[in-house]
Design a protein around this ligand. Structure first.
Ligand SMILES: Nc1ncnc2c1ncn2[C@@H]1O[C@H](COP(=O)(O)OP(=O)(O)OP(=O)(O)O)[C@@H](O)[C@H]1O
Ligand SMILES: O=P(O)(O)OC[C@H]1O[C@H](OP(=O)(O)OP(=O)(O)O)[C@H](O)[C@@H]1O
Ligand SMILES: [Mg+2]
Length: 284
């Protein structure tokens, strides 16, 4: 199995970090190398440009890919499907025009020019509105084009909005909303290894924001403790060796935001020796 991941840019580091946390450690990789082995002899990592990854997967150069949903939509590859939302690299593709200009609505772009790195998505967007502005394809610094009379508006990525603001551009409408996802070619979807990779990545996401709580609880207070522990499928209760039979150990997965309150509550119900730990992965 070959998994294509971004070779540079803002998606590279978080992607590698996620693979590591999922236990798919990279081996024999070096800077500027095109591929790396992993601890799993059946899985090789291929480094490619974020924009090329859907095409690599469609062509069979790779079987799986990790890249932005925006790139997937732009590549328009019918044989590749989405397996999992990896919940980072969140951004929006927006239609924007100069703040002080006379283009304020999608309809104002009839007969005008739109510059973008995403011509396919842009054309689809205007098709749905029954409009056919000319589309100028650029490969970066799209925000500049309305100020040098290259275009009347742009379709570009935004997240914090800083770049648009700096260039005195205002959003007219959202074209699509994106995040980084795991993709695979349809003919490998049923392969056990593909499902294994999906499960490993999803277990990291499931553990995010969760904490593991451990405590000792007198047996006669168990019901009270059980009532104040929120979350996932209730606590695990275990006998303590040499515990004299008076107390039991209670383990539970709790949302990070609920830890503070939960500790106060279980303490009030008689729990002691409370431990809170991080969770690396949570396979459901
Ligand atoms: N400002 C942003 N905030 C969040 N995600 C973003 C942002 N800009 C881009 N992305 C996401 O990252 C993807 C790749 O963008 P990035 O800028 O890292 O690579 P690139 O510009 O294509 O790389 P290259 O250096 O190879 O040209 C985008 O397709 C999008 O999904
Ligand atoms: O809303 P903001 O937070 O300002 O982000 C938007 C900017 O981020 C991306 O550029 P990037 O930083 O990736 O630079 P690039 O043009 O070199 O790809 C995108 O092309 C925008 O220009
Ligand atoms: Mg970029």
């Amino acid at each position: 199995m070959r998994l294509a991941v971004p070779n540079k840019g803002r998606l590279h580091d978080p992607t590698i970090d996620l693979l590591e946390r999922a236990g798919l450690h990279l081996e024999n990789g070096a800077a500027r190398k095109l591929y790396a082995d992993t601890v799993d002899p059946e899985v090789t990592i291929l480094f490619a440009r974020a924009a090329d990854i859907p095409e690599y997967v469609a062509d069979g150069a790779a079987d799986l890919g990790i890249t932005g949903y925006d790139q997937y939509r732009e590549a328009d590859v019918a044989t590749v499907s989405e397996l999992l939302d990896l919940e980072f690299g969140r951004c929006r593709l927006v239609l924007a025009s100069p703040e002080d200009g006379d283009i304020d609505a999608v309809e104002d772009l009839a007969g005008k020019t739109v510059a973008t790195e995403f011509p396919t998505v842009t054309r689809q967007f205007f098709d749905e509105r029954g409009l056919e502005p000319s589309i100028v394809e650029v490969t970066g610094a799209t925000e500049l084009t309305p100020h040098v009379e290259m275009a009347d508006a742009i379709v570009d990525i935004t997240s914090t909005g800083t770049t648009l603001k700096m260039n005195r551009l205002a959003v007219i409408e959202e074209v699509l909303s994106s995040s980084v996802r795991l993709f695979a070619r349809e003919d490998v979807l049923e392969e056990p290894k593909v499902q294994e990779i999906r499960t490993a990545l999803s277990s990291v996401l499931a553990a995010d924001g969760k904490r593991y709580l451990m405590m000792n609880v007198p047996k006669n207070r168990l019901e009270d403790v059980r009532e104040v522990i929120p979350g996932m499928g209730g606590p695990t209760i275990m006998d303590i060796a040499n515990g004299g039979g008076e107390s039991v150990a209670v383990h539970a997965v709790v949302d990070e935001r609920e830890v503070f309150e939960t500790i106060t509550e279980v303490k009030n119900t008689g729990a002691s020796d409370i431990l809170v730990t991080e969770i690396e992965r949570l396979v459901e």
